[in-house]
Every structure is written in structure tokens, then in C-alpha cells.
Write a protein that binds this ligand. Structure first.
Ligand code: ATP
Ligand code: MG
Length: 570
């Protein structure tokens, strides 16, 4: 865009089929005024362009910790991120170095995130839920030169094990007298608020983001500048941003949705985002929706299930939720029961979106302008070619279950796996495809249906059964709060189905209840889907972003040590 700054998109995806056949990513580059010859700096495009245009005084972020609110306008964000870039430079940080943010979603997180990228360094967001070992592993792997953190988190940073680390920057603190760390405020106070970012190429790295750790040890995924068009287009087509929107992405910025759709997409569209840094509580979440007049809400199926299970029956009326117009989820299968509940609770359906840390941006989604099929992930974004392939990479026909594959080469695609070239190449071992590791099928209307992860498939007597459908069904039983399903090795069958369930407190466990739940699954899905055993537990193992860790259930079942729980809650 020109020096007048960027406006909010207004054109939605009115005609999906037309857009799907005609759209090219270069169109988005042109619309955004990006010149690939010169290059750009994505943080400047997201913040400064807005600040220099009609959104100068508009609120970019409204932070709420449960008690008080802090706002940052686009103009303020521009100056503060300039300052942070200067401060880092003064501390001796060079472009290309990794700077970790081990911080909750405070204003300083966002300022530092964008400031690191303005400097041309690589940002590494890390969840404050990580304890010592998980944290040390990621700081070592990324060879972070500096960490921005809080004083109360300092104890988890084991400096002796981190030879690459030169600087600790502590938010809300003065610099330590012994010189162990510098305070964020004092270094910011000394820095100038003008900064000229060097334009960089499309493939220049901006972020190292670790995957959630649902199936294995988290991998360091490199994100590059090119993602900008993808964040912008998906903000327009999927999130359906409008000028007046107040947007709430509930994902923490240590998980990829909290970056691509918690920072980039809303800033590139000049909308106002709400950032909540407090704990989950149904009443509090509903209060946020009303108090800040949230219009677009991007959350997770787990969060909605928690609201469904613990909130009042009619939140819309009870809390006076009036402004909400679009709800979306990511991260896990969105079971149809949640969509039915949402229709009653908010008068709105929920739109599922499918993507991964490695894809950088949304790949398959339900669009407002297309009929919604509950249980489906939706259709590919224009510019994205998705298919279902077999073990040799051959495309499978409609309705056949196979591995979900994406034709390689979309803008937000990862630039690499940090220090693991082999792992990176493995995703692309069947050209022209990027292999997702997820199983799905495509229906006659071109909608994709998630079936599970390749690693989670249960192989029972030569048959392959995905756990998701069974979990969804178990979730529909009135006694069941949540369920996790795995395959348990069995000498006769290869594997048999084992379910772990958390019961509602009013349902005591009994052999009768077990029989009833098994009958419930049998009558609705068929006998091959009935869990051989059902085990009751108090809680299911989840990642910090709320994903079920079936590999932990499996290790527990087999009595094996859980090899690596980095990424896990506790
Ligand atoms: P790891 O790669 O470390 O095992 P992870 O795959 O959970 O962890 P993420 O990148 O956060 O890490 O998650 C991507 C995965 O989440 C997808 O591969 C898919 O299995 C699941 N997922 C994301 N969105 C959806 C969705 N809408 N429906 C079903 N599954 C989804
Ligand atoms: Mg993964």
C-alpha cells in the first residue's frame, strides 16, 4: 500500500468458486502494495502502515487482565516497537539472532514481538506454562541470545545450561545491580522512538515457533515474511474482518493461532483486538464478550466445550451478548454438538478452520458464504490445493480416507524446521505434496472431513479406525464430560479400542454405566467402534493449548514412561 496507509478490507468472499478458480497470491501482494523486488518488513506493514494512515489513533490492542484495561493505538504501537528494536540493537543483538519471549500476553509481549521483527531478528514465543526442562530444551535448541521475561519466571531459566544466552530483559523490573539482567522499562526509556527497518526478502525468517507436542517432541518451525499475504487474505475471507470489528482471539501467543491470527491478521486489517491475560472462567469469558462488544471470536473447540459444560444454559440472554457476529475455532475437531449448542447459546453457528504450525496460516475452512456442514473442516482457501493421498502419494477418490496433503508452495508455508533438515524434507517426500500427518476424506461437494492423525489411528484386525468419531460420540453421552480414545495392543486383534473418560460429577461409575455407554456407542456408530474398556479418570492430558495428548494416554496404558511432555499442561 502507498504512504497513506492500509485500509480495512471490505470485500468478502462472496463467490467462493470464482475466487477459487481465479485468485493468485500475487494479486494479494499487489492489493497490499508489496514490491517483491524491494522486499518489506512485515512488522512495518502491519503496524506503521496503519499508523501512517486512517488508523493512527485507532486502538490496535486492548489488554484486559481481569481487573484493568490498557490500550495501545496503532501510533503508540509503532513508536514502542521502534523503541524496542533500538533497545535490542543497543544491547548488542544482531539481525538473525533468536530472541525468546517467555512472557504471558502482556502489552510488553506484543511490543517486543514486533520490535524483534523490525530489527530483523527472529522471535521465539514460549509459553509461561513451560517448566524448567521444557523451557531449557527450547532455549537451547533455538540458541536464543536473549530472553524477555518476568521476574517471577526467572527461576526457570537455567543460565548455566544456555551458553548462547547473553541477555535477560525483565519486564516490570529495574536492571539488577549485579548486572544479571536489564529492566525492560529502563532500556526502553533510553531508546529512541524512530527506527528504519531494513526491507527483507520473502523467505527471510521472522519467527521460530514450536509445535504443540501432541504427537511427539515439539519441532521448531521457521516462519518467514512471505506469510503476510496469507494472513491478510485469510483475515478477509475466513475471519471476515470489517472496519468496526472488535476481535478476540483467545489463543495465547505462544501457540501459532495467537500469532498468525492474534497479531498479523488483525493488524494487517486495522481492527481492534482484545487480549485477555487472565485465567479461564465461563463468567469471565462471557463478561469479556459483552464488556468489549466483541464481534469476531476465534477460539478452540475445547474452550467452547468448557463453556457448554460449565456455563449457564442461555449465556446470550444472561450476559446480554449482543454484538457477536462470527465465531470460529481451530486446533482440534469441532464436534457438531458444539455447533448445536452455540446456535442455542449465541444464535450463531461455529466455523471450523484447519491448519498447523507448519502451514503458518489457515488451509481449509468453513466460509460464511458457503453452506456450513457441521463436522467438516470446510473447503480449501483460494490459492490452496488440498488432496487426499495414499501411501505412495497417489490422489485418492472422493470419500476415501487417506493422508491430507497440500500442494507445496503457499505463502505462509514454513521455511524450515530449525536445525532438522531431515525432518523438514520428510514433510515433502512425495512431491508435489506437503504431507500433513492428518487423515481425512473429501466429499462430493469438496468439503474435507478430519479423521484423526496418522499416528493416532487404531489398527484393529486389519481395519483402521480413527479415534475422533468415537470420542465425539462418547462426548454426547450425558454422563461424559470429555473422552480420549486410543488403541491398546492386543494379541488377537492387533489393537483394541480403549477409552478414557472424565465423568460429570453427578454420575458415579458403575458396571451398569459402562455397559450403557458402550451400548450408546454401539447403537449410534456400530459394534466395531465400541471401546473394549472404558477407564474413568479425573482429567485428560492436554497441551497448553488444550489439545488432547493421546500419546500420553497410550504411554500410561502401556505403563511406559512418557518420553517427553514438553508442550503439556502439567
Ligand atoms: P505436534 O506436531 O508437536 O505433535 P500438533 O500437531 O498438535 O503438535 P499444532 O501445529 O498446534 O501442533 O497442531 C496442528 C494439528 O492440530 C493438525 O495437524 C491437526 O491434527 C490438528 N488440528 C488443527 N486444526 C484442526 C481442525 N480444525 N480439526 C481437526 N484437527 C485440527
Ligand atoms: Mg503436528
Amino acid at each position: 500500500m502507498n504512504s497513506k496507509g492500509r485500509k480495512t478490507a471490505t470485500a468478502n468472499l462472496d463467490d467462493y468458486d470464482k475466487a477459487y478458480s481465479t485468485f493468485r497470491w500475487a494479486d494479494a501482494e499487489r492489493e497490499m502494495g508489496l514490491d517483491p523486488q524491494v522486499g518489506w518488513n512485515i512488522a512495518v506493514e502491519a503496524v506503521d502502515r496503519q499508523a501512517e494512515g486512517p488508523h493512527r489513533g485507532k486502538v490496535a490492542f486492548r489488554f484486559f487482565d481481569g481487573l484493568s484495561t490498557v490500550t495501545l493505538t496503532y501510533h503508540q504501537l509503532k513508536l514502542l516497537t521502534n523503541r524496542f528494536a533500538n533497545a535490542l540493537r543497543a544491547l548488542g543483538v544482531a539481525p538473525g539472532e533468536r530472541i525468546a519471549l517467555f512472557l504471558p500476553p502482556l502489552p510488553e509481549f506484543y511490543v517486543a514481538f514486533l520490535g524483534v521483527i523490525k530489527l530483523g531478528a527472529i522471535v521465539v514465543p514460549l509459553s509461561p506454562a513451560f517448566m524448567n526442562d521444557a523451557l531449557t530444551e527450547m532455549l537451547r535448541d533455538s540458541e536464543a541470545a536473549a530472553v524477555v521475561t518476568l521476574r517471577e519466571l526467572l527461576g526457570r531459566i537455567e543460565r548455566g545450561k544456555l551458553p548462547a544466552m547473553r541477555r535477560l530483559i525483565v519486564v516490570g523490573s529495574e536492571s539488577s545491580p549485579a548486572g544479571t539482567w536489564v529492566g525492560y522499562d529502563p532500556v526502553m526509556a533510553e531508546a529512541a522512538d524512530d527506527f528504519t527497518a531494513a526491507p527483507a526478502a520473502r523467505e527471510a525468517p521472522i519467527m521460530l515457533m514450536y509445535t504443540s507436542g501432541s504427537t511427539a517432541k515439539p519441532k521448531g518451525v521457521i516462519h518467514v515474511q512471505d506469510g503476510i499475504t496469507h494472513y491478510y487474505q485469510s483475515g478477509k475471507w475466513v475471519l471476515d474482518f470489517r472496519e468496526q470489528d472488535v476481535y478476540w482471539c483467545t489463543s495465547e501467543p505462544s501457540w501459532v493461532p495467537g500469532i498468525s491470527y492474534g497479531i498479523w491478521a488483525p493488524l494487517l486489517h486495522g481492527v481492534t483486538s482484545i487480549i485477555y491475560s487472565g485465567e479461564f472462567a465461563a463468567a469471565r469469558w462471557y463478561e469479556i464478550l459483552t464488556r468489549f462488544k466483541v464481534t469476531v471470536w476465534y477460539t478452540t473447540p475445547t474452550a467452547l466445550r468448557r463453556l457448554m459444560n460449565f456455563g449457564p444454559e442461555n449465556p446470550q440472554a444472561r450476559y446480554g451478548i449482543k454484538d457477536l457476529r462470527h465465531i470460529l475455532t481451530v486446533g482440534e475437531p469441532l464436534n457438531p454438538a458444539v455447533i448445536r449448542w452455540s446456535e442455542k447459546a449465541f444464535g450463531l453457528r461455529v466455523y471450523d478452520t484447519w491448519w498447523m504450525t507448519e502451514t503458518g496460516g489457515q488451509m481449509i475452512a468453513n466460509f460464511r458464504t458457503l453452506p456450513l456442514k457441521p463436522g467438516s473442516m470446510g473447503r480449501p482457501l483460494p490459492g490452496i490445493q488440498a488432496s487426499i493421498v495414499d501411501e505412495e502419494g497417489r490422489e485418492l477418490p472422493t470419500l476415501a480416507v487417506g493422508q491430507l496433503a497440500i500442494r507445496a508452495g503457499w505463502p505462509a508455508m514454513m521455511g524450515g524446521i530449525w536445525k532438522d533438515e531431515e525432518k523438514y524434507r520428510d514433510y515433502f517426500r512425495m512431491p508435489p505434496w506437503y504431507l500433513t500427518g492428518d487423515l481425512a476424506y473429501k466429499d462430493a461437494d469438496g468439503y474435507f472431513w478430519f479423521q484423526g492423525r496418522v499416528d493416532d489411528v487404531i489398527k484393529k484386525a486389519g481395519e483402521r479406525i480413527g479415534p475422533i468419531e468415537i470420542e465425539n460420540k462418547l462426548n454426547e453421552h450425558p454422563a461424559v464430560l470429555e473422552a480420549g480414545v486410543i488403541g491398546r495392543p492386543d494379541p488377537l486383534w492387533g489393537e483394541v479400542i480403549k477409552a478414557f473418560v472424565v465423568l460429570r460429577p453427578e454420575y458415579p461409575w458403575s458396571p451398569e454405566l459402562q455397559a450403557e455407554i458402550r451400548g450408546f456407542v454401539e447403537s449410534r456408530l456400530g459394534s466395531r467402534f465400541v471401546p473394549r474398556d472404558i477407564e474413568v479418570c479425573a482429567k485428560l492430558p492436554r497441551t497448553t493449548s488444550g489439545k488432547l495428548m493421546r500419546r500420553v494416554l497410550k504411554a500410561m496404558e502401556l505403563g511406559l514412561p512418557v518420553s517427553d511432555v514438553s508442550g503439556g499442561e502439567d
